[in-house]
Design a protein around this ligand. Structure first.
Ligand SMILES: [Fe+2]
Length: 304
């Protein structure tokens, strides 16, 4: 059964049991507790990572670890074959490889017939990005699977001293992504994480707050916008010289740091793709397709 029809059928029950977990009403909609929750992409993602599952670099320090699991469909049960999984993380010195052709500690693979994936790498370490607070050690994952929104998330480790100081790992949605580091039969470190795809992604409030602020349009100074968080959602209010919307428009997360106004007719769209730089500055590209099919693209930069 497709998740959507399952949710529809369950809509009159208070709690319905899904195949591998509970579905509950969060005050707005029914959500499953088996879906993999999203996390920020962070400033160190590099597209086009090579096909590679063994990240070990001879002579480079670090604790070897196997990261493995199964990718499943939105029913949290059926294995997803040939899902693309990208993994990136820092080296043992806390730094990311942001420019080398080797794409150190970066790679991608596809799930097999049983939905399984496996990477051999080293454990990432806590790091201090751009002079900010320490982040707990984490793996970054991006899963691209046809039929689902791209899923961007992070995995943390139970033993980490920074887990309860970091807004992202502290968020309730990250709870099930804080993982035990176990051992393989031959004594190697091992982390197992099963990924369950979801059609729609929830963004943790701390991730949304990072985007909130007042922005100026680069192409036309008189256009300003305010991005804000209200009722657990991101909202956008663009002012074209004078205010058109009294409050603003909600934006739904559609993956890949991109938000979209929900409920638009198929031919129209309003999407905002955000970019957070290493220094913490934020900008977004807004693409509007209006009822006449005209396309407008603006770049907004956050003030201050
Ligand atoms: Fe990171």
């Amino acid at each position: 059964m497709q998740r959507r029809s399952f949710l529809k059928n369950a809509a009159f029950g208070v709690v319905a049991v899904s195949t591998s977990g509970l579905i509950h009403f969060d005050g707005e909609r029914y959500v499953g507790d088996c879906e993999t929750t999203t996390d920020i992409i962070g400033p160190f993602y590099r597209p086009n990572a090579p096909l590679k599952t063994n990240f070990i670099i001879p002579g480079d320090p670090g604790v070897p670890v196997e990261l493995s699991g199964i990718v499943r469909h939105g029913d949290c049960m059926t294995p997803y074959k040939k899902a693309k999984i990208e993994l990136w993380h820092c080296a043992n010195n806390g730094l990311y490889d942001n420019d080398s052709e080797e794409y150190r500690y970066r790679g991608m693979t596809f799930t097999d017939e049983e939905g399984r994936y496996l990477f051999t790498t080293i454990l990432p370490v806590p790091y201090n990005a751009a002079g900010g607070p320490m982040r707990p050690a984490h793996f970054h994952l991006m899963i691209t699977a046809t039929g689902y929104q791209p899923l961007i998330t992070q995995l943390y480790f139970t033993s980490d001293p920074y887990i309860d100081k970091d807004p992202f790992s502290m968020a309730p949605a990250a709870k099930k992504r804080i993982l035990m580091i176990g051992s393989t039969p031959d004594g190697k470190k091992k982390v197992v994480y099963d990924i369950n795809m979801a059609e729609k992604l929830d963004v943790e409030p701390a991730s949304l707050e990072k985007l909130a602020g007042n922005y100026t349009c680069q192409e036309q100074e008189e256009i300003t916008s305010s991005i804000f968080v209200w009722n657990k959602r991101l909202w956008e209010n663009t002012v074209y010289g004078k205010k058109l919307d009294p409050f603003g428009r909600p934006l739904d997360y559609i993956g890949n740091n991109t938000f979209q106004s929900p409920g638009q007719p198929v031919s129209m769209s309003n999407t905002c793709q955000f970019e957070i730089s290493e220094s913490g500055s934020v900008k977004y590209t807004q693409t509007i397709i209006n009822a006449k099919g005209n396309k407008y693209v603006f770049t907004f930069v956050k003030k201050g």
